[in-house]
Design a protein around this ligand. Sequence first.
Ligand SMILES: C[S@@+](CC[C@H](N)C(=O)[O-])C[C@H]1O[C@@H](n2cnc3c(N)ncnc32)[C@H](O)[C@@H]1O
Length: 314
Amino acid sequence: MDKGITLICADAIDALKNIPDKSIRLIVTDPPYNLSKDYGNNTDNKSFDEYLDFTRNWLKQAKRVLTDDGSIYVFMGMRYISYLYNILEKEIGMYFNSWITWYYTQGIGKTRGFSPRHDDILYFTKHPKNFVFNIDDIRVPQKYYRSINNMRGANPGNVWEFSHVHYCNRNRKQHPTQKPEGLFERIILASSCEGDTVLDPFSGSGTTLRVCQQTGRNAIGIEINEEYIEMTEQRLNEPFCGFDSIDERMKRVPNDLNDEKIREDYIRNHIDWFLKNHPDVVDEFIDEVKRKYESKISNFEESNILELFKVEEK
Ligand SMILES: C[S@@+](CC[C@H](N)C(=O)[O-])C[C@H]1O[C@@H](n2cnc3c(N)ncnc32)[C@H](O)[C@@H]1O
């Protein structure tokens, strides 16, 4: 196991009680949604009131372990999200920051009603003003370059499109509700810094831990099913060749990069700004640069941009 990554096989509420006060910068978690999923040794079918009590109890512990400038992101489906919001704001006294919609484009179909295509993530902070938010680490490239805008790109907004981790994805695990790493990457980069400790009390196949491992964060994962603990240990030992999902906007090359110097600066920085954890899509980005700008770049063969590509291709 990596130094800085701790995996605990236990009930989340029991294990949370052993974590010291104010020791965690960020909690990001995708708890069971109480929709009767079969998680091997535990089934997700509490009564309505039992589920709310369970949610209250783990969230009280979660607030206690967060640093005064800490943040929490909780994934939730439609059925319970309004109750979750109420517990976070009214019962445990945290501060609302964002309601993020994860739009997943494909999913189960309904014939009497509209097929669900999103889950949501509630982002609350412990303090109303004092919290970490690394905007420059999570910007998305602009569609059109405008000198008035920040060259590093725009705020990604609160609707995030990522497809589910498909069964044929090389990173797909035998876990019924594995989430895309790209979602966790954005959250972890935004709301923690390198060296901070991130906690996931319902860690499943280990998505949070894998992203922390690759982004220089310490992490604690709690999971009740021993098989998923073993799955996570194996996952953390696999070679890294890029997170399993990406917001498609990260690959885009802005239009109107007409000034030679600006174009070169932009293209030189794009990989570091947007594709640091996605080496597997750098070729697609390079093809897009060529498609858009090859004809505009004088002596393309000898240009600095091409040199940059050669370095990337090694
Ligand atoms: C929605 S899944 C998390 C999936 C995870 N985000 C991933 O990408 O793989 C919820 C997990 O919580 C675990 N779980 C359920 N009840 C628990 C409890 N009381 N304490 C700890 N883990 C629990 C389940 O076994 C399941 O793996």
